[in-house]
Design a binder for this molecule. Structure first.
Ligand code: SF4
Length: 289
């Protein structure tokens, strides 16, 4: 999952955050939008979309780019009901049309996290709300991936985050190959579901390595790709190696198109869930590539 605090040193933000509606400040609900101070949150909230974080506050992993705290999480059974009810209430009260549900990684209890994703997705679908599930890798365990897929979200997303060479450094407890397996599984088993992935640039990758990553993403069957600038969220996270220009992001988008990935969002501020609703309603799986 991509979770950043964005303090952009290069570009002036165009939104006045003090005017952001209280949508994302709902008490008791953790939104990635608010907690990561995402630069796109005003735009997303105007489109009645928000990203919710489930699985508690602490992650069992320790990715080098991520701001979420590593720690011993609260047992899943203690949080499942509360989190679900809070999200459903927020979605209803705030009249959201589309919700992205993402989570910390719970290697201590992946089965219950998978069930949690499924339950929330099913409930939102019953409320006629569009759903994207942005999931951790679940170590590519087919049983847990199936549980989640059976929640019938509009979009299933899992991020590669970076090129293969840097994966070990950036996501030490994850694996590039397992992440590809996750995408391949959903493409194979749920052909009608939109499949999405994303990665960051600015971590020290080279252009040929990005090309290989895009090739792997295309071969895994992803419908949608997001590419954004990595921004160091705190002192303990890895440093930015390079800031990409607007032209370079445009070049990456064209490169992905040439590889056959038609739905690409590439830009300095592009984040995994940016414009999620617009894409989910516009694209038909299988017709995109
Ligand atoms: S798995 Fe990594 S990226 Fe995802 S929440 Fe945990 S530390 Fe952050």
């Amino acid at each position: 999952m991509q979770n950043y605090i964005v303090k952009n040193p290069k570009k002036k933000l165009t939104w006045n955050f003090s005017e952001v509606p209280p949508l994302l400040k709902w008490e008791g609900v953790h939104t990635v939008c608010e907690e990561s101070a995402c630069p796109n949150r005003a735009e997303c909230s105007s489109m009645q979309t928000a990203t919710f974080l489930i699985g508690g506050k602490y992650c069992t992993r320790n990715c080098a780019f991520c701001l979420i705290e590593n720690g011993r999480p609260v047992p899943m059974e203690q949080i499942i009901l509360t989190e679900k009810m809070e999200i459903l209430k927020a979605v209803f009260d705030l009249n959201l049309k589309f919700a992205v549900i993402t989570s910390v990684t719970r290697d201590d209890d992946p089965a219950n996290l998978a069930l949690h994703f499924r339950e929330i997705s099913q409930s939102l679908r019953h409320m006629n709300i569009g759903v994207e599930l942005l999931i951790p890798d679940f170590k590519a365990d087919r049983e847990n991936l199936k549980i989640i897929g059976d929640g019938q979200p509009d979009v299933i997303a899992h991020n590669l985050e970076t090129i293969e060479r840097l994966s070990q450094k950036i996501r030490p407890q994850a694996s590039y190959k397992k992440s590809l397996e996750v995408l391949q599984y959903y493409r194979g088993q749920y052909p009608k579901m939109l499949l999405k992935t994303g990665f960051m640039v600015g971590l020290g990758e080279t252009l040929p390595e990005i090309m290989q990553l895009m090739k792997d993403i295309f071969n895994a069957g992803a419908d949608i790709l997001t590419v954004g600038q990595y921004l160091q969220p705190g002192k303990t996270q890895v440093q930015v190696e390079k800031f990409y220009t607007e032209q370079e992001f445009e070049n990456l988008k064209n490169m992905a198109h040439e590889m056959g990935i038609k739905n690409v969002q590439s830009g300095y501020f592009t984040r995994s869930s940016y414009n999620a609703a617009a894409y989910a309603t516009r694209i038909n799986p299988g017709e995109t590539r």
